[in-house]
Design a protein around this ligand. Structure first.
Ligand SMILES: Nc1ncnc2c1ncn2[C@@H]1O[C@H](COP(=O)(O)OP(=O)(O)OP(=O)(O)O)[C@@H](O)[C@H]1O
Length: 259
């Protein structure tokens, strides 16, 4: 029997999103959808606004114009209580893993669970499970300074998935990692998508990682200040209607003045 066909369901949708810092336009009129189970990558040359877009998606920055919609509900026009409920379904990891250095890995991963009011015995089990999921079973009592950069990133990931997020946001997951650790992190992201169905949104400069894991994405341009194309990076590399996108994905560089 054929596998059931996945129904595309946008968990995130931007509608005519324009982003600015003061008077300075960063990107205008972004319209894209992130479907459930996508590993969605935000692509483009340096300074085009990738991190800025991520900050808008997680509610750290407010749009100059337009809307950001989660599961059909506008984040921008929602009241604070609804926004908080939406944010509870997200997991966020920043570059360094952003662990608290004076806490053990177990204490770090336990933080969001404590915050959510989980019971002590439940916390212990979940922390153990999430650390094993990222390959850090047995490292519960280590401090961040006692483990490698790659392990810190995985611990940051364990904390981000502590509450089984619906969407996982990642800023530069493999930056600063050796190739083997970067591959391991890629595999882990795929595993999380496949095992708990998490939708993943990533900013990354690492083309190899992008091609290995992304199923969808958007390409931002610093010159025209808008999206040049969107879709699966593997497809865009060969078939984008924009030469600049094909060239960036083929060589890792953009022509013109973006870099
Ligand atoms: N808080 C801020 N205030 C004013 N300008 C900012 C701020 N943060 C970023 N910028 C500017 O906005 C533009 C987009 O920055 P952003 O960090 O989003 O780009 P990026 O594509 O993630 O860059 P990179 O690939 O180099 O990390 C850059 O020109 C940057 O200097």
């Amino acid at each position: 029997m054929d596998a059931p066909k996945t129904i595309e369901f946008p968990v995130i949708e931007t509608r005519a999103l324009t982003m600015r810092y003061g008077d300075r336009l960063i990107q205008k009129n972004l319209n894209f959808k992130v479907n459930q189970g996508d590993i969605f990558v935000i692509m483009g040359g340096s300074g085009c606004g990738k991190s800025t877009l991520l900050k808008h998606l997680i509610g750290l920055n407010s749009p100059a114009e337009g809307d950001i919609v989660y599961n059909g509900e506008s984040y921008i026009s929602a009241d604070e209580q609804s926004r908080q409920q939406m944010r509870q379904r997200w997991g966020i990891t920043f570059q360094s893993g952003a662990l608290f250095s004076d806490m053990t890995l177990a204490e770090n991963v336990a933080l969001p669970l404590r915050h959510a009011g989980a019971h002590r015995s439940e916390i212990r089990d979940i922390v153990h499970y999430k650390l094993s999921l990222v390959g850090l079973g047995g490292y519960e009592d280590y401090f961040p300074s006692q483990i490698s950069g790659g392990m810190c990133k995985r611990a940051g990931l364990a904390r981000a998935i502590a509450l089984d997020p619906e969407i996982l946001f990642f800023d530069e997951p493999s930056a600063g990692l050796d190739p083997l650790s970067a591959r391991r992190l890629d595999d882990l992201i795929l595993h999380l998508r496949d095992s708990i169905g998490t939708t993943v949104v990533i900013v990354t400069h690492e083309l190899a990682s992008m091609f290995a894991i992304a199923s969808n994405g958007i390409f931002l341009d610093a010159v025209t200040k808008t999206a040049l194309d969107h879709g699966d990076p593997n497809w865009l590399k060969e078939h984008s209607r924009e030469a600049i996108v094909r060239s960036f994905l083929a060589r890792g560089e953009t022509e013109g003045s973006q870099l």
